[in-house]
Design a protein around this ligand. Sequence first.
Ligand code: PGA
Length: 249
Amino acid sequence: MLKKIFVANWKMNGSLKIFDEYLLQIQKEYNYKNTELIIAPPFPYINYVKNLIDTKIISLAGQTAVSFNDGARTGDVNCRMLSDVGCNYVILGHSECRVNHNFDNIDAAKTVLSALNNNLNIIFCVGEEKSGLGADEIIVEQVVSALEGVDKSFSSRITIAYEPVWAIGTGLIPETEQILDKRNLIFATLYNLGFIDTKIIYGGSVNVQNMKLIMEGAKINGFIVGKACMDSDNVKKMLEIMEYAENIS
Ligand code: PGA
């Protein structure tokens, strides 16, 4: 069985004090063998978080990166830097970065290659802005452009996160059958490109209440969680659910 993954996307939240308490609680009696926990703190806290975690049980992710080598780019962070400070993952293509940092499908392809060259695994986010017509085309285009020029041998180092933009942070969530439908579309797209070991996860208003149904009904390999990941009790409850959910993928 493939190991499931749980990405805790902290977005622009947290403080030294908050991470102290959070990581203490999460690592207390930590016993989740079927799920890899990946924490994505804001950049200034990456090193601090790294020093507080047991890297055998928790992985670190950067929330975004640019594809460029070192140089005159005020405010940017590249994949080499994330790798240098101990990240083993990077989230790319998140809808908030597509909007706030103008990250487009062309940047996606370049940054995926740069991340792989710097030994980072990738959580690549795709998803339609509004539910309904045209969603499938948008998703397929995002997946195909992200993998442009990427060798199939990297397939296990890439995870596609299906995150409908309209579900992120809104409390709205697609029906489980709709998530399954999009998961199948992504799976078929990956299969046609020869990416057979690429995992597919779901993100967008995931919480303790809705997680089990999605996990069992939508054949996904895990979750990317924003709002609900910032409470250590919630995270432990969700890891517990993932540990015992019937994983049919
Ligand atoms: P949310 O965010 O869980 O708060 O909807 C998910 C994400 O943006 O990755």
